[in-house]
Design a protein. Structure first.
Length: 294
């Protein structure tokens, strides 16, 4: 075979070799710090995510490194969803990083995420900076709590008065309806424990028993549970939005995790309350037959 005939075959082989060696990754690939840059470039090249999404993902990876939060075996899709959720919740340390890098180019943001490693000497200073930010955030929370302190006594009095009046026969119609809804579902705190704790945050897991005391199946319910201290003063409130069905005269367990700054007064008070008192404040209960109690 002549050289001119061999040249196209040679070029075809070279093309196939490079194509075979091209790095492949997708949003469903598992996060790998060593391959991070190549993975994100592959995801960008195949247009599975926009540059804005990849920039947000890079900021989220950087944020996790700064707060010393290990990224496990999540996929890039999982991390992108977590990044969007964190941004939507306006978590302050994340907001600070995002605002600093929001106008930067994607390559610059990715470079920041790649530059920080566990051995980075500047990491300690960055964590100190964010610890200070958390302390400021905790102080702001405490300031709000102090401002609420003046109203707590009167709120406690109202709560006691309301509790006493529930047994009276001359209640107004709105209070009767609210009490009917409250009695339809009995909410009991089974357990309160710290599920996870970092240098900055404690993740408190609440386990409630939700008991349907009616003769109708419940489809969904919303409301909140006030957590009280030994003086029947409000410490915090836990939101309940449960879409799990509860059969008539049956009970289910419902778990909810809340993150608290470890320096906040709320968390300090919760630590001293192994099993606090709770008050169920229903908003709406949706029944299988289409009726709604509120």
């Amino acid at each position: 075979m002549k050289a001119k005939q061999l040249l196209p075959v040679y070029l075809l082989c070279i093309t196939l070799w490079f194509t075979g060696c091209e790095h492949k990754a997708s949003l469903q690939s598992t996060y790998n710090e060593k391959n991070l840059e190549a993975d994100l470039l592959a995801i960008e090249k195949t247009k599975q995510a926009s540059k804005e999404d990849l920039k947000l993902l890079s900021v989220y990876i950087l944020y996790n490194k700064i707060i010393d939060q290990q990224i496990g075996s999540e996929t890039y899709a999982d991390l992108l969803l977590a990044a969007k959720t964190t941004k939507r919740k306006k978590i302050k340390p994340f907001q600070v990083i995002f605002s600093r890098l929001e106008r930067a180019e994607y390559d610059e943001v990715l470079g920041n995420a790649l530059a920080i490693s566990a051995a980075d000497s500047s990491l300690h200073n960055k964590r100190k900076e964010f610890k200070k930010l958390d302390e400021n955030f905790a102080r702001e929370q405490d300031k709000i709590l102090r401002e609420m302190e003046a109203n707590k006594k009167s709120e406690s009095e109202k709560r006691r008065e309301f509790s006493n009046n529930l047994e009276e026969e001359n209640l107004g119609m709105p209070v009767k309806v609210a009490e009917k809804t409250r009695k339809a579902l009995k909410v009991t705190l089974i357990e309160k424990k710290v599920a996870k704790k970092t240098e900055s945050y404690a993740y408190v897991l609440y386990t409630f028993e939700l008991k349907n005391t009616t003769s109708k199946k419940m489809k969904a319910l919303t409301g909140k549970v006030d957590v009280l201290d030994n003086n029947i003063d409000l410490v915090t409130s836990v939101l309940i939005e449960c879409n799990q069905e509860v059969d008539a005269a049956q009970a289910i367990q419902w778990k909810y995790e809340v993150r608290y700054p470890v320096l906040s007064q709320v968390y300090k008070k919760l630590k001293d309350l192994p099993k606090p008192q709770v008050v169920w404040n229903p908003q709406k209960i949706f029944f299988a037959d289409g009726t709604i109690w509120q």
